[in-house]
Ligand binder design. Sequence first.
Ligand code: PEP
Ligand code: MN
Length: 302
Amino acid sequence: MALDNKMAGKDLNDDDIRDKIPLVAKDHPEHKSRFSVGGVEFGGPLIPVMAGPNTVENEEMIVKTAKSIKASGAHFLRGGAFKPLTFPYRSEKYYETREQGLEWLQVAKKETGLPIVTEVMDVAKIDVVAKNSDMLQIGTRNMQNYVLLTEVGKTGMPVMLKRGYGSSLRDWLMAAEYIALEHDRLGQQQQIVLCERGVVSNHTHRAGSRFLLDLQVVPAAQDVTHLPVMTDPSHATFWQPWVRPMMLASIGAGADGLMLEVHPNPPEAAVDPLQCSSLEQFDEMMKAMRPVAAAIGRTLDA
Ligand code: PEP
Ligand code: MN
């Protein structure tokens, strides 16, 4: 049925697609962006897996994690040096390692060759984060920080844009357009990956969980945009036992990548201990994903 173009709503209509997101919208049904970041191809048959701790806690743990996930077949190392912690107090339990954490990520990269994706929250820190990463992550809380989106776009670096946990697909794609516009002004290909990381909902099935993984947004986004669309079942479920099934379901739903939180000692994780998988669990999860990917013509092996 035709969409009513006169109605400005929370969902996308044809006028929106033509006038407000011309760069991230598909030109034709098979249109899909394909690009390589640190030797890892997005938008092709490969399903890149980004794994690592919530927080880069110290050099030893990030190097240990990197070596282990690399051996299991992960493609990217993730880890927050600058963290959007929900409250302002920092302690021995809740901390950010900031510039020091970025240096430790670089040590882990040198040891393993894994490219780095890490969050940038502040325009003033874009330079230092960009120098120490291969892909800039914009977190859920900053999805509509338009100044940040524009300045990150101006670096020309590959970007992973997480979906705001209360944002529509319309808002998400329009936020991506801010970055795409800067890549276009630089005369380069758009190198943007979208990441669904859970949305707020009335019911979350468990008193301690906060979000629901919106798997339906994967095909919904892919209908409209040529950008790769990945999921983060760790942040979405907030509960490790549910990560594996939602990870497998994401592949079935057609996700173009996965972000998974992995920690060498989950009960001791500085942030989000309930959602991270151990190194051993991650190894098993990689093994479980391979046949599911193969069943739909995708692969985990570069
Ligand atoms: C993260 O990936 O570490 C993170 C903070 O995620 P989100 O922005 O989705 O909460
Ligand atoms: Mn996290």
